[in-house]
Write a protein that binds this ligand. Structure first.
Ligand code: ADP
Ligand code: MG
Length: 257
């Protein structure tokens, strides 16, 4: 059963074609990694899934309907890129993310205390417990990034969109975030689209790895044609291991990045 359905989607800006003829069926709970050369339209595709923009042509449906414009519990989508709230402590940033996504109002009294306890659990899992009472301005860029990812994951949307979320983190932190994301997925059955520059990360976390690339190219008019999905790899356990994919498709490593 297709949960996210993309049918013949094209996106143009003026006379520039960005993506063209994109077709895709994703089941609920699948994790889809997306790689492709810089500027080929990966972020544009996520914005279409987010309903931030409507495609020039074609149709996107999530659970049978048009993608919701407002992030919410049911057909909600959360973009990693949204920034943290500067006037709230780290702990209250997590509380706010949960309350916006799942409840109409704010937490008070015992509900607030329970939400703060859940937030502390989340902060421990992403290595920010020791700064729970601080404000974001006192954190390093990498820690603020982790907080933003923690907010996105706390909201537990049915569809999670991640645009190069771990790129700026050091290796140890990145691996810890991978574990946190994997655990949350097991708990929630979230459907995930993640753009990454790191092909190995794409294969590690994804059930599928999509490659965006141009199949048509006019040297006199480089922007006449857009990118489409040129590969759709099975990356689940039992799929072709990452290294053998590279041997079989030598151009693949060059595509990512
Ligand atoms: N709103 C927009 N208006 C015009 N051009 C845009 C807009 N958004 C993106 N682009 C262009 O579309 C191309 C693809 O951008 P993007 O989706 O960000 O690529 P990627 O994420 O794969 O690096 C880029 O050339 C970018 O300049
Ligand atoms: Mg991008």
């Amino acid at each position: 059963m297709s949960f996210v359905t993309v049918r013949d989607v094209w996106q143009r800006y003026g006379d520039r074609s960005i993506i063209e003829r994109v077709n895709l069926d994703v089941a609920e709970g699948e994790f889809v990694s997306i790689v492709g050369a810089s500027g080929c339209g990966k972020s544009t595709f996520l914005r279409l899934l987010l309903a931030d923009e409507r495609p020039t042509r074609g149709e996107i449906r999530i659970d049978g309907g048009e993608p919701a414009r407002e992030p919410g519990r049911e057909r909600g989508v959360v973009f990693q890129r949204y920034s943290v709230f500067r006037h709230m402590t780290v702990r209250d940033n997590i509380v706010a993310a949960e309350s916006f996504a799942r409840f109409p109002g704010r937490f008070f009294g015992p509900a607030l205390r329970a939400a703060r306890a859940r937030a502390d659990d989340t902060l421990a899992r992403i290595g920010l417990a020791h700064v729970a009472g601080q404000y974001p301005a006192t954190l390093s860029g990498g820690m603020q990034q982790r907080l933003a990812i923690g907010q996105a994951l706390t909201a537990r949307p049915r569809v999670l969109l991640l645009d190069e979320p771990f790129g700026a983190l050091d290796t140890g932190t990145r691996l810890a975030m991978h574990d946190f994301l994997t655990e949350l997925r097991a708990e929630t059955n979230m459907t995930v689209f993640m753009v990454t520059h790191d092909l190995e990360e794409g294969f590690k976390l994804g059930d599928r790895v999509l490659v965006f690339d141009k199949v048509r190219w006019d040297p006199h008019s480089p922007e006449a044609f857009g990118a489409t999905i040129t590969y759709d790899f099975d990356a689940r356990d039992g799929g072709i291991p990452f290294q053998r994919q590279l041997e079989r498709y030598p151009g693949l490593a060059a595509q990512a990045g």
